[in-house]
Design a protein around this ligand. Structure first.
Ligand code: ADP
Length: 472
């Protein structure tokens, strides 16, 4: 029997993306079709999403007032599945980044904007839409995580199963307590056992406390979240819900990310093209690439420290990223000073692809990494991942340790602790193994054969959703 699941996400590929959450929300509906899960998706009607619906989309429901303005649910398509778009111009009809205003800061009314998304999701759970009622609602991150509170308030929590999926616990959706009534939240939940977090409202905590289950995007991150080091203040609540917390690894879209070569030998011409595109000189050392948000999380400050040694050993770096100004400035300076470093600041899908295709190794030195996608692109393209031993990076890469090499199973490099010194040591190993073509080619074959698609994880999600269906 088919299980009906509503996925609620603040971003979704191919419509709108700022990070990995969008990739997951976009990929799951198709991946789950084989699991007899019918997943439909609810997203906010940002201008790009509205534009994708065409001129006169079907209107499924209308209300006069949703947190200060009129709102409608419009119907579209996400691949073969239905897409529901929450059209509320007073909340979503704004230019630029979906979360940030022109000043680069969060929109001050973000708590309201995403409470509205959660409220609309709860209403669909309680009343159905389009002749369809979900049995389970999957809530992606804090932006959707108030849904179970509204469901409780609507008296529908015992009919609809809920799972909050944490893509990154660093984003918790905090709002001042004074917004309680503006967000339509019940006072019964505003206490330490509920969604209160040190005097504020925490949307993510609401999801953790009131959902039937919690999932996150890798088994290692699930364990890390329950520790003080990684739980960002929510480790205690997560420990209390230990038996309902699971880690399911993300996959990548294998059709969208297919290398233009059968074996990594085919890389040569793409490497040469990449060097030319980035203005890097020819070299017989390894070309390392980075595609990343430039933030403290991603550990790219460590790479700045490790870089001189790597360059001295004959390595090169091509980096694409955007984010912190101090980091981007530091990389631009490094590029000015070193002919072996090329840096592009911005967001560029085509360059991201060229980097994965042409690079020899892809660096992901994150301090924490819930799952991470770029190391999986690297595996599939024979661009060996060099990763910190944390989160999903630990779950996807088999390191070139003595044991990994002896058994002939290594697919990349892992370093620990997450320090510049450990990264430097690992980069020295990269240069060393790169000069041993037989070992390198074997690692590339292993990497390219490593499963990185959705099939295993779709099975795990299917089982999770079925377990959450509530009997009438
Ligand atoms: P996160 O979601 O924490 O940013 P992930 O590795 O899970 O990290 O996902 C990042 C996604 O965004 C990947 O698909 C990556 O290719 C893409 N990406 C990140 N930065 C850029 C950029 N500057 N240009 C193009 N794509 C980028």
């Amino acid at each position: 029997m088919t299980t009906r699941v509503l996925s609620v996400a603040s971003e979704c590929v191919p419509l709108v993306k700022t990070g990995g959450l969008a990739d997951v929300a976009g990929a799951l509906p198709a991946a789950l079709a084989a699991e007899e899960v019918e997943m439909r998706t609810l997203v906010p009607g940002y201008p790009v999403v509205r534009a994708a619906l065409g001129k006169e989309p079907e209107v499924l429901s209308e209300r006069v007032d949703l947190f200060g303005g009129p709102a409608r649910v419009l119907k579209g398509k996400l691949g073969k599945q239905a897409l529901y778009v929450l059209d509320a111009p007073h909340l979503y009809d704004r230019p630029g980044n979906i979360y940030l205003g022109p000043d680069g800061q969060d929109w001050p009314d973000n708590p309201v904007r995403f409470a509205a998304l959660s409220r609309a999701a709860a209403q669909i759970g309680a009343e159905g839409i389009d002749g369809w009622t979900p049995q389970v609602i999957q809530l992606h991150d804090w932006q959707a995580a108030l849904t179970p509170v509204y469901l409780h308030d609507m008296g529908a929590a015992d009919r609809v199963g809920t799972v909050t999926t944490i893509h990154n616990i660093a984003f918790q959706g905090l709002a001042p307590a004074t917004m309680l009534s503006q967000l339509g939240l019940p006072s019964w939940g505003f206490n330490p056992q509920g969604f209160e977090f040190y005097g504020k409202i925490s949307a993510l905590k609401a999801g953790i406390v009131y959902s039937d289950a919690i999932s996150t995007v890798s088994p290692t991150y699930a364990n890390e979240l329950m520790t003080m080091e990684f739980g960002m203040g929510l480790d205690g609540v997560l420990r209390q819900r230990r038996k309902d917390l699971t880690g399911i690894l993300n996959g990548i879209d294998e059709d969208a990310w297919t290398p233009p070569y059968k074996t990594a030998r085919g890389k040569a011409k793409h490497r040469a093209a990449l060097r030319e595109r980035m203005g890097l000189p020819d070299s017989d050392g390894p070309l390392a690439v980075v595609i990343s948000r430039l933030t403290q999380q991603k550990g790219l400050d460590l790479l700045l420290d490790a870089l001189p040694g790597f360059l001295e050993m004959g390595g090169q770096l091509a980096l694409l990223g955007s984010g912190d100004k101090a980091l981007s400035d530091a990389y631009l300076r490094a590029a000015e000073r070193n002919p072996g470093v090329a840096v592009e600041i911005g967001y560029d899908e085509s360059l991201a692809r060229a980097l994965v295709t042409g690079g020899d190794v892809i660096l992901v030195p994150s301090r924490f990494e819930p799952c991470g996608l770029t190391q999986m692109y690297g595996l599939r393209f024979g661009t060996l991942p060099v990763v910190a031993l944390t989160g999903g990076l630990a779950d996807t890469v088999i390191p070139a340790s003595a044991a990994g090499l002896a058994a002939g199973v290594a697919t990349g490099f892992q370093f620990h602790p997450v320090t510049a010194q450990a990264l430097s040591d690992t980069l020295a190993q990269v240069v060393d193994l790169f000069r041993q073509p037989a070992i390198w080619a074997k690692m590339q074959r292993n990497a390219m054969a490593h499963p990185v698609g959705w099939s295993a994880s779709a099975g795990a999600y299917g089982a999770l959703f079925r377990s959450l269906v509530k009997q009438p």
